[in-house]
Design a protein around this ligand. Structure first.
Ligand SMILES: C[S@@+](CC[C@H](N)C(=O)[O-])C[C@H]1O[C@@H](n2cnc3c(N)ncnc32)[C@H](O)[C@@H]1O
Length: 229
Protein backbone atom coordinates (compact mmCIF):
# COMPACT_ATOMS: atom_id res chain seq x y z
CA UNK A 1 0.00 0.00 0.00
CA UNK A 2 1.46 3.38 -0.89
CA UNK A 3 0.95 6.52 1.15
CA UNK A 4 1.50 10.03 -0.17
CA UNK A 5 2.22 11.19 3.36
CA UNK A 6 5.56 11.84 5.03
CA UNK A 7 5.79 10.89 8.70
CA UNK A 8 8.50 13.44 9.40
CA UNK A 9 7.16 16.72 10.73
CA UNK A 10 3.70 15.33 11.46
CA UNK A 11 4.43 12.57 13.97
CA UNK A 12 6.77 12.62 16.98
CA UNK A 13 7.55 8.92 16.38
CA UNK A 14 7.87 6.96 13.15
CA UNK A 15 5.73 3.90 13.88
CA UNK A 16 6.62 2.28 10.54
CA UNK A 17 9.54 0.20 11.89
CA UNK A 18 7.44 -0.81 14.95
CA UNK A 19 4.45 -2.04 12.92
CA UNK A 20 5.27 -5.78 12.95
CA UNK A 21 5.84 -5.80 16.72
CA UNK A 22 2.97 -3.47 17.55
CA UNK A 23 0.25 -6.01 18.37
CA UNK A 24 2.50 -8.17 20.59
CA UNK A 25 1.68 -6.08 23.67
CA UNK A 26 -2.02 -6.96 23.34
CA UNK A 27 -1.16 -10.69 23.54
CA UNK A 28 0.63 -10.39 26.91
CA UNK A 29 -1.24 -10.80 30.20
CA UNK A 30 -0.56 -7.16 31.10
CA UNK A 31 -1.64 -6.05 27.64
CA UNK A 32 -4.92 -7.97 27.97
CA UNK A 33 -5.66 -6.41 31.37
CA UNK A 34 -4.96 -2.90 30.09
CA UNK A 35 -6.93 -3.51 26.89
CA UNK A 36 -9.98 -4.86 28.73
CA UNK A 37 -9.93 -1.94 31.16
CA UNK A 38 -9.61 0.64 28.37
CA UNK A 39 -12.41 -0.96 26.38
CA UNK A 40 -14.67 -1.03 29.45
CA UNK A 41 -13.98 2.71 29.90
CA UNK A 42 -14.80 3.38 26.23
CA UNK A 43 -18.05 1.44 26.54
CA UNK A 44 -19.04 3.41 29.63
CA UNK A 45 -18.05 6.80 28.21
CA UNK A 46 -19.02 6.45 24.52
CA UNK A 47 -21.30 3.41 24.34
CA UNK A 48 -22.75 1.61 21.34
CA UNK A 49 -24.46 3.48 18.51
CA UNK A 50 -28.27 3.68 18.69
CA UNK A 51 -28.61 4.39 14.95
CA UNK A 52 -26.25 3.91 11.96
CA UNK A 53 -23.19 5.86 13.01
CA UNK A 54 -20.02 6.66 11.07
CA UNK A 55 -16.80 6.65 13.10
CA UNK A 56 -13.41 7.92 11.94
CA UNK A 57 -10.45 6.31 13.74
CA UNK A 58 -7.60 8.82 13.36
CA UNK A 59 -4.16 7.16 13.69
CA UNK A 60 -5.78 3.73 13.52
CA UNK A 61 -2.39 1.98 13.38
CA UNK A 62 -2.86 -1.78 12.96
CA UNK A 63 -6.62 -1.36 13.37
CA UNK A 64 -6.93 -2.76 16.90
CA UNK A 65 -9.43 -0.11 18.03
CA UNK A 66 -11.09 0.22 14.62
CA UNK A 67 -12.02 -3.46 14.82
CA UNK A 68 -13.42 -2.97 18.34
CA UNK A 69 -15.51 0.01 17.21
CA UNK A 70 -16.83 -2.05 14.27
CA UNK A 71 -17.76 -4.85 16.70
CA UNK A 72 -19.85 -2.32 18.65
CA UNK A 73 -21.81 -1.53 15.49
CA UNK A 74 -20.07 1.61 14.19
CA UNK A 75 -19.36 2.02 10.47
CA UNK A 76 -15.61 2.55 10.71
CA UNK A 77 -13.05 4.36 8.59
CA UNK A 78 -9.49 3.82 9.86
CA UNK A 79 -6.91 6.38 8.79
CA UNK A 80 -3.17 6.54 9.42
CA UNK A 81 -0.01 8.24 8.24
CA UNK A 82 2.13 5.10 8.36
CA UNK A 83 1.95 2.76 5.38
CA UNK A 84 3.33 -0.16 7.38
CA UNK A 85 0.73 0.20 10.13
CA UNK A 86 -2.10 0.63 7.61
CA UNK A 87 -1.04 -2.43 5.65
CA UNK A 88 -1.56 -4.58 8.76
CA UNK A 89 -4.89 -2.87 9.53
CA UNK A 90 -6.07 -3.53 6.00
CA UNK A 91 -4.94 -7.17 5.91
CA UNK A 92 -6.36 -7.99 9.34
CA UNK A 93 -9.56 -5.94 9.46
CA UNK A 94 -10.16 -4.87 5.86
CA UNK A 95 -13.51 -6.65 5.75
CA UNK A 96 -15.03 -4.74 8.67
CA UNK A 97 -13.05 -1.49 8.43
CA UNK A 98 -12.47 0.91 5.56
CA UNK A 99 -8.73 1.79 5.66
CA UNK A 100 -7.13 4.85 4.14
CA UNK A 101 -3.96 6.91 4.32
CA UNK A 102 -4.11 10.44 5.68
CA UNK A 103 -2.70 13.05 7.98
CA UNK A 104 -4.51 13.95 11.21
CA UNK A 105 -3.66 17.59 10.62
CA UNK A 106 -5.30 17.69 7.22
CA UNK A 107 -8.08 15.13 7.32
CA UNK A 108 -9.10 14.09 3.79
CA UNK A 109 -12.84 14.27 4.61
CA UNK A 110 -15.64 16.78 4.20
CA UNK A 111 -17.05 18.85 7.05
CA UNK A 112 -19.52 17.00 9.31
CA UNK A 113 -19.01 13.69 7.48
CA UNK A 114 -18.78 11.57 10.68
CA UNK A 115 -20.84 11.04 13.84
CA UNK A 116 -17.74 10.21 15.88
CA UNK A 117 -14.04 10.98 15.40
CA UNK A 118 -11.73 8.91 17.63
CA UNK A 119 -8.00 9.08 18.25
CA UNK A 120 -6.68 6.25 20.42
CA UNK A 121 -3.10 6.47 21.71
CA UNK A 122 -2.46 8.91 18.88
CA UNK A 123 -2.88 12.48 20.13
CA UNK A 124 0.27 12.20 22.28
CA UNK A 125 2.37 11.29 19.23
CA UNK A 126 1.19 14.08 16.95
CA UNK A 127 3.41 17.06 16.21
CA UNK A 128 0.34 19.33 16.33
CA UNK A 129 -2.35 17.78 18.59
CA UNK A 130 -4.40 21.00 18.82
CA UNK A 131 -4.54 21.22 15.01
CA UNK A 132 -5.66 17.59 14.81
CA UNK A 133 -8.44 18.24 17.34
CA UNK A 134 -9.64 21.17 15.22
CA UNK A 135 -9.69 18.89 12.17
CA UNK A 136 -11.58 16.16 14.07
CA UNK A 137 -14.15 18.72 15.24
CA UNK A 138 -14.55 19.94 11.66
CA UNK A 139 -15.26 16.42 10.38
CA UNK A 140 -17.84 15.61 13.10
CA UNK A 141 -21.47 16.72 12.76
CA UNK A 142 -22.97 19.05 15.36
CA UNK A 143 -24.11 16.89 18.27
CA UNK A 144 -21.60 14.18 17.36
CA UNK A 145 -18.68 13.10 19.55
CA UNK A 146 -14.90 13.24 19.66
CA UNK A 147 -13.34 10.32 21.53
CA UNK A 148 -9.78 10.57 22.82
CA UNK A 149 -7.84 7.72 24.39
CA UNK A 150 -4.44 8.80 25.56
CA UNK A 151 -1.61 7.82 27.91
CA UNK A 152 -1.99 9.52 31.28
CA UNK A 153 1.12 11.52 32.11
CA UNK A 154 0.13 11.63 35.80
CA UNK A 155 -0.23 7.84 36.25
CA UNK A 156 2.62 6.09 38.12
CA UNK A 157 3.20 3.57 35.28
CA UNK A 158 3.72 6.33 32.71
CA UNK A 159 5.77 8.47 35.10
CA UNK A 160 8.12 5.46 35.42
CA UNK A 161 8.24 4.94 31.65
CA UNK A 162 9.10 8.62 31.12
CA UNK A 163 11.74 8.65 33.87
CA UNK A 164 13.37 5.57 32.29
CA UNK A 165 13.29 7.20 28.84
CA UNK A 166 11.30 4.22 27.52
CA UNK A 167 10.29 4.45 23.86
CA UNK A 168 7.98 5.36 22.26
CA UNK A 169 6.53 6.97 25.42
CA UNK A 170 9.50 9.27 26.04
CA UNK A 171 9.26 10.75 22.54
CA UNK A 172 5.54 11.42 22.91
CA UNK A 173 3.91 14.41 24.51
CA UNK A 174 1.85 12.80 27.26
CA UNK A 175 -1.00 14.75 28.85
CA UNK A 176 -2.44 14.77 32.36
CA UNK A 177 -6.24 14.52 32.78
CA UNK A 178 -6.37 18.26 33.58
CA UNK A 179 -4.32 19.24 30.52
CA UNK A 180 -6.52 17.07 28.28
CA UNK A 181 -9.69 18.55 29.79
CA UNK A 182 -8.37 22.06 29.07
CA UNK A 183 -7.76 21.14 25.43
CA UNK A 184 -11.21 19.59 24.97
CA UNK A 185 -13.40 21.99 26.95
CA UNK A 186 -13.53 24.70 24.25
CA UNK A 187 -15.21 22.12 21.95
CA UNK A 188 -17.97 21.11 24.38
CA UNK A 189 -18.83 19.22 27.59
CA UNK A 190 -16.24 16.56 28.48
CA UNK A 191 -16.67 13.15 30.16
CA UNK A 192 -13.55 11.32 31.24
CA UNK A 193 -12.32 8.11 32.89
CA UNK A 194 -8.97 6.43 33.44
CA UNK A 195 -9.54 3.20 35.31
CA UNK A 196 -6.58 1.42 36.84
CA UNK A 197 -6.24 -2.19 35.55
CA UNK A 198 -4.58 -3.19 38.84
CA UNK A 199 -7.66 -2.04 40.71
CA UNK A 200 -10.08 -3.61 38.24
CA UNK A 201 -8.27 -6.98 38.07
CA UNK A 202 -5.90 -6.85 41.06
CA UNK A 203 -6.09 -8.22 44.58
CA UNK A 204 -7.73 -5.03 45.86
CA UNK A 205 -10.88 -5.99 43.95
CA UNK A 206 -10.93 -9.77 43.72
CA UNK A 207 -14.69 -9.78 43.33
CA UNK A 208 -15.58 -8.46 39.86
CA UNK A 209 -19.13 -7.80 41.00
CA UNK A 210 -17.78 -5.12 43.34
CA UNK A 211 -16.34 -3.12 40.42
CA UNK A 212 -18.34 0.07 40.21
CA UNK A 213 -19.24 0.58 36.53
CA UNK A 214 -19.78 4.27 37.17
CA UNK A 215 -16.34 4.76 38.68
CA UNK A 216 -14.80 7.61 36.72
CA UNK A 217 -11.54 7.97 38.59
CA UNK A 218 -8.71 9.32 36.46
CA UNK A 219 -5.73 7.65 38.11
CA UNK A 220 -5.23 4.85 35.60
CA UNK A 221 -2.57 4.86 32.86
CA UNK A 222 -4.95 5.48 29.93
CA UNK A 223 -7.40 8.37 29.81
CA UNK A 224 -10.61 7.94 27.85
CA UNK A 225 -12.44 11.19 27.17
CA UNK A 226 -15.51 12.06 25.14
CA UNK A 227 -16.53 15.55 24.12
CA UNK A 228 -19.78 16.40 22.41
CA UNK A 229 -19.59 18.86 19.57
C1 LIG B 1 0.67 4.54 19.27
S1 LIG B 1 0.04 4.29 17.68
C2 LIG B 1 -1.69 3.97 18.03
C3 LIG B 1 -2.33 3.10 16.99
C4 LIG B 1 -3.77 2.68 17.31
N1 LIG B 1 -4.65 3.82 17.46
C5 LIG B 1 -3.81 1.81 18.55
O1 LIG B 1 -4.14 2.32 19.63
O2 LIG B 1 -3.50 0.60 18.45
C6 LIG B 1 -0.05 5.93 17.01
C7 LIG B 1 -0.49 5.94 15.55
O3 LIG B 1 -0.65 7.31 15.13
C8 LIG B 1 -0.18 7.41 13.80
N2 LIG B 1 0.11 8.83 13.51
C9 LIG B 1 1.10 9.59 14.02
N3 LIG B 1 1.05 10.82 13.52
C10 LIG B 1 -0.01 10.85 12.66
C11 LIG B 1 -0.60 11.86 11.84
N4 LIG B 1 -0.09 13.11 11.79
N5 LIG B 1 -1.67 11.53 11.10
C12 LIG B 1 -2.19 10.28 11.14
N6 LIG B 1 -1.68 9.29 11.89
C13 LIG B 1 -0.60 9.57 12.64
C14 LIG B 1 1.04 6.51 13.79
O4 LIG B 1 1.43 6.16 12.49
C15 LIG B 1 0.55 5.33 14.62
O5 LIG B 1 -0.04 4.34 13.84
Amino acid sequence: MSSPYETRGHSLVDFGPLAREYNRWYATLDGMKHDATQKADVLRILGRPCAPSRLLDVGCGTGHWSCFFASLGYIVTGMDLSTNMLEIACKTHGRSVDCCAGNANRLPFEDASFDVAAAMATLEFLADPAGALREMARCVRTGGHILIGTLNRAAPLNRRRLAEGKQPYASGHLLSPNALREMLQPIGPVRMAASDPDRVFGPERPDRSSWDPLDTSTEGPFIVAVVQR
